[in-house]
Design a protein around this ligand. Structure first.
Ligand code: TRP
Length: 335
């Protein structure tokens, strides 16, 4: 990717906390791949964000490499996009500090994710958890990203990043691009297979509720066959049929068929047939991801080359920002 292209810049990050789910894939990562030709894309595995909750160091290292391989397996092309591991690029921590001095205690206190996570981990309400959104702002502003693909749960954090950028610009003169959320044209919210009013979540304790993108075909089909639906038997998208609506959404995304076409396809055929068909279609859809992942993890040297180059490119771009920021706030030039 050239630094000088006039394509709009996209930045997004994902935490290395285990295999991505079908929800992560359909709602986020599969879109990241589609954006690569139209935009200058920068994607990061955000391991520094991950340690705001307690992590086993051995697992974090493994999960970070696995997440990086998954990113490539899902179609992020390291020749087209900058794909890197956050802790490899020191400018994020540097910019984080400067931006934290343009962030108010009060606005961080209003973050609902902080409130939720402090309730979940009452014995470890650390300062990093509190200032997490500032690091996220640094991730985005370091590249002067125009657009940030995010899920609904990150909207408040992005709003904070915008406020921080505007406040900095107000104090030191127009400098940062104020980022906009990017809402993908296609992309759906995938719900739990066991409790379809809740979002599909990596951390669900019921293994049947969530499809991991590396699940084997028989596992995927079994989980879909056990999906919770309602007591009728008509495959039709309708209010109150949360389970069926979710399965129809997934089937529609992976097959490209409309709801009308799906309803016609399963007319008079009951839920059993439909669930099996969804499972088979998803298993087939994820086959290239599984194959790519196997190939990539067998070639550690290639992966390392990719993340090393990614970090170099990310540093080249973001160092320019940090150098200018340091000058703006009044730090003395190093040379
Ligand atoms: N906080 C995001 C999440 O948990 C991950 C993230 C970190 C991110 N930095 C980012 C997302 C910058 C978008 C842009 O999902």
């Amino acid at each position: 990717m050239s630094d000088t292209s006039n394509k709009k810049i996209i930045f997004s990050g994902i935490q290395p906390t285990g295999i991505f789910t079908l929800g992560n894939y359909i709602g986020a990562i599969s879109n990241w791949g589609r954006l690569q030709d139209e935009y200058s894309c920068i994607y990061s595995i955000v391991d520094m964000h991950a340690i705001t909750v307690r992590q086993d160091p051995v697992k974090l290292r493994a999960h970070t490499l696995e997440a990086y391989a998954l990113l490539l397996a899902c179609g992020i092309d390291p020749e087209k996009s900058v794909a890197f591991i956050q802790s490899h690029v020191k400018t994020h921590a540097e910019l984080n500090w400067v931006l934290s001095c343009s962030t108010q205690f009060g606005e961080l206190s209003r973050m609902t994710q902080f409130k939720d996570k402090s309730q979940k981990h009452p014995d470890d309400i650390n300062a990093g958890l509190f200032t997490y959104p500032v690091l996220m702002a640094a991730d985005i502003l370091a590249y002067n990203a125009d657009l940030v693909p995010i899920g609904a749960d990150q909207k408040q954090h992005l709003e904070l990043a915008r406020n921080v950028a505007q406040r900095f610009n107000g104090k030191y003169g127009e400098f940062f691009t104020v980022p906009e959320p990017y809402l993908p044209p296609v992309g759906a919210r995938v719900m739990s297979l066991q409790d379809p009013v809740r979002k599909m979540s990596k951390s669900d304790t019921n293994p049947n509720a969530v499809i991991f993108i590396l699940d084997e075909p028989d596992v995927i089909i079994r989980k879909f066959r056990k999906a919770v639906t309602d007591s009728s038997s008509e495959v039709r998208y309708a209010d109150g049929k949360d389970g069926i609506n979710n399965l129809m959404t997934v089937y529609s995304v992976v097959t490209g068929r409309s709801f009308g076409e799906i309803e016609a396809e399963f007319e008079g055929r009951g839920y059993g047939d439909f669930k099996t068909a969804v499972g088979e279609a998803v298993a087939e859809h994820l086959k290239p991801v599984r194959d790519n992942f196997k190939r990539l993890t067998a070639d550690k040297a290639y992966l390392k080359e990719c993340y090393t180059k990614g970090a170099e490119a990310a540093e080249r771009i973001s160092q320019k920002t940090v150098t200018k920021v340091y000058r703006k706030v009044g730090f003395v030039d190093k040379r």
